[in-house]
Design a protein around this ligand. Structure first.
Ligand code: 5RP
Length: 367
């Protein structure tokens, strides 16, 4: 059997969503990150430093094999609460499902705040900006400030800033308003987004689509108005603009966009662009460690003092494990108890329970 750390590392290698993936492309040629000259001023080279660090961590984990520990039902919530200073909560499937609040959430967050815990909310859903999420929390009756929210729309803009994305370059956006809002706030030029949602392609003889050669990055997030125009535009930028980056807000397979059903997630849009470009994206959302590093630096939190709470094994729990945090899986979202216990599942959180309001009992939560 493999250790939890080893399990995580194997999964990291398997999840090409992670920027730690060693093979990336530069000027349309594959390069191994370790071969980059990281002292270069060129932003397309600078971004490799971040990925290279993640890559080293991933390799270190791959080398460590221990016996795998199965997830334990959360028996003593108080002990877990006392053992950390920060809780990172995933949103979809933990706090809400679609626009519906999961029962007991307000009381649980209040209790954790009253114990002096720092609360942070991380979502792979890029359709809203941090400010727009602030409004959603407020509408649901939760008092959460913008600074406590880290959405993958924000992560995309923060990532571009972190690599000094040149002021004269533009981003082509496949995604919704949240990404545009965050790029605006970061002072990054963009095109595309919702306004390309109605564009149609007519494949008449000799028809050729022009594209902007100043596009230096394509950001792909969840997009309800995804179409062939966007696929072709993004493909041209990535294939033909030298050094153009391909950035994914997430590669989630399915998600609860409504409380009634699971819907195709951001992975479906990114899969299409990967398919046409034969490139793997740099992923800034979970399970990549970009947001974890960002928020732990921002708040000065030690990762061992964090408990990551999520409903999805291959994003939330892996995100916590990649960051060296404690992990708690809740069964209120996409993962069932059967999925967790399946012999095919290689990602084991430290603990699991039904929903976050099990914290309120402070005792064994019956699963
Ligand atoms: O593809 C998606 C839709 O954009 C995401 O899967 C989704 O919404 C995940 O959200 P969270 O991280 O809050 O569970």
């Amino acid at each position: 059997m493999l250790s939890r750390a080893a399990t995580a590392s194997l999964s990291v290698s398997a999840v090409s969503a992670n920027p730690s993936k060693s093979l990336i492309f530069f000027n349309n040629y594959p390069k191994f990150l370790c071969g980059f000259n990281t002292s270069s001023k060129n932003h397309f080279l600078n971004f490799s430093r971040l990925s290279w660090n993640a890559n080293k961590t991933s390799r270190r984990r791959t080398q460590s094999f221990r016996a795998m520990a199965s997830a334990q039902p959360l028996a003593d919530a108080e002990a877990l609460i006392d053992s950390v200073e920060t809780f990172i909560f995933d949103c979809d499937g933990v706090i809400w499902k679609g626009d519906k609040l999961i029962s007991g959430v307000p009381e649980t967050l209040d209790m954790l705040r009253s114990k002096g815990k720092r609360l942070v909310f991380v979502t792979n859903n890029s359709t809203k900006s941090r400010k727009q999420y602030g409004k959603k929390f407020e509408t649901l009756g939760l008092s959460v400030s913008e600074e406590e929210i880290f959405a993958s729309s924000f992560a995309a803009a923060a990532y571009l800033k972190s690599i000094d994305f040149p002021k004269d370059k533009k981003v082509y956006v496949i995604g919704e308003d949240g990404i545009l809002k965050e790029l605006d706030l970061a002072g990054i030029q963009y095109l595309g987004g919702p306004e390309d949602g109605d564009k149609k392609i007519e494949l008449k003889p000799g028809f050729l689509m022009e594209h902007d050669t100043d596009v230096g990055a394509v950001v792909v997030g969840f997009d309800r108005y995804f179409n062939y125009y966007k696929i072709q535009y993004a493909t041209l930028c990535i294939r033909e603009n030298p050094g153009c980056l391909f950035i994914a807000t997430n590669r989630d397979a399915v998600t609860h966009l409504t409380d009634a059903q699971e819907w195709a997630g951001g992975g479906s849009m990114n899969g299409a662009i990967s398919g046409s470009t034969q490139r793997e994206p740099i992923v800034v959302g979970k399970p990549s460690t970009f947001m974890m590093d960002y928020l732990s630096n921002k708040f000065g939190i030690q990762k061992s003092q964090i408990c990551m709470v999520g409903d999805r094994l291959d994003t939330d729990i892996l995100f916590g494990q990649n960051g060296g945090c404690k992990t708690l899986l809740v069964l209120s979202g996409v993962t069932t108890s059967e999925m967790l216990k399946s012999p095919n599942n290689t990602i084991q959180p430290d603990f699991y329970t039904n929903k976050i309001s099990d914290f309120l009992s402070l005792k064994a939560a019956t699963v």
